[in-house]
Write a protein that binds this ligand. Structure first.
Ligand code: CP
Length: 307
């Protein structure tokens, strides 16, 4: 397979299925120390996180350092964002000082439309999450985790559970899993569902399908995006929609538990389920570094930083 080359990574629709499989294969080569690469010049990356992050921010930084990039730090709290600098002006500045690749997380959906191909914006952009929009690298690392478990996607029965309407992870995963032939079921409160997801799967009751699932993909309750923050108490949500220990025991022994994290323990899932044998939540975090290395490398290949 030809090496994957990417100018930007903004949404999962930017990728063909061949590119998705190619990135998974390359991420696995990084994971198993089978990849060789060499930058032919200094490459400068920055991570512009306007929303909080532990995994995405730090695993991108880890990936950049493993690829021998120079990482230029940026902190919204101490930057000129606090003096009213716009996103465009921040990125324009980063490009002017020599940044090649910017990973950006922002609460504004499709924030990248005001940046890509605009005057002075010369860097490649990787979307680290745009509001309720998409989270393409989380999706790719999730697909890597599923592929490594089952070696295929076609016909897998996957439940996406929880706050679907507010989840960029759910949207990116539903789009690509559907294209890859998985059967997607959406479970959780109706008030947190969005009918635009109907095109990729169907709503079902989690208790009706628990023992048929290959993957139960739990979502974080996105309290910060709710207008009525108290729509469910933690205990009520857990009992009605969460992966309780009782539900865990009904899963098929081959079914894996996934969650993009951060997890709300004893809300989306029983705390014991996070480290349970069928959980792949920590493996998702580990895979995130290698998948982000594959994406960064694809951008370096496009830009001629690797020959
Ligand atoms: N899964 C994920 O995006 O986690 P962070 O918000 O910690 O980056």
């Amino acid at each position: 397979m030809e090496p994957i080359k990417l100018k930007h990574l903004l949404t999962v629709e930017d990728l063909s299925l061949n590119e998705v499989i190619g990135l998974i294969n390359r991420a696995n080569e990084f994971k198993h120390h089978r990849a060789t690469f060499k930058l032919n010049q200094a490459v400068f990356a920055t991570n512009l996180f306007f929303e909080n992050s532990t995994r995405t921010h730090r695993s991108f930084e880890m990936a950049e350092r493993k690829l021998n990039m120079e990482v230029i730090q940026f902190d919204t709290n101490t930057s000129s964002v606090n003096k009213g600098e716009t996103l465009y002006d921040t990125v324009l500045t980063m490009c002017a000082i020599g940044i090649d690749i910017a990973v950006i997380r922002h609460s504004q959906e499709e924030y990248y439309k005001e940046l890509v191909d605009q005057n002075g914006i010369t860097c490649s952009i990787i979307n680290g999450g745009d509001g309720r929009g998409q989270h393409p690298t989380q999706c790719l690392l999730d697909l890597m985790t599923i592929q490594n478990e089952f070696s295929h996607f076609d016909g897998l029965k996957i439940a996406i559970v929880g706050d679907i309407r507010n989840s960029r992870v759910a949207r990116s995963n539903a789009i690509l899993l559907n294209q890859l032939g998985a059967q997607i079921s959406y479970c959780g409160p109706e008030i947190w569902y969005d009918e635009t997801f109907n095109q990729y799967g169907k709503r079902e009751n989690l208790d009706d399908i628990l023992n048929q699932l290959d993957v139960v993909m739990l979502l974080r309750v996105q309290h910060e995006r709710h207008e009525n923050k108290d729509s469910f108490g933690k205990e009520m949500y857990h009992a009605n929609y969460g992966l309780t220990m009782e539900r865990y025991k009904q899963l098929n022994s081959k079914c894996i538990i996934m969650h993009p994290a951060p997890v709300n323990r004893d809300s989306e899932l029983a705390s014991e389920c996070v480290e349970a044998p069928q959980s792949r939540i920590v493996e998702q975090m580990r895979n995130g570094v290698f998948m982000r290395m594959a994406v960064l490398e694809a951008i370096c290949l496009y830009r001629g930083f690797i020959v």
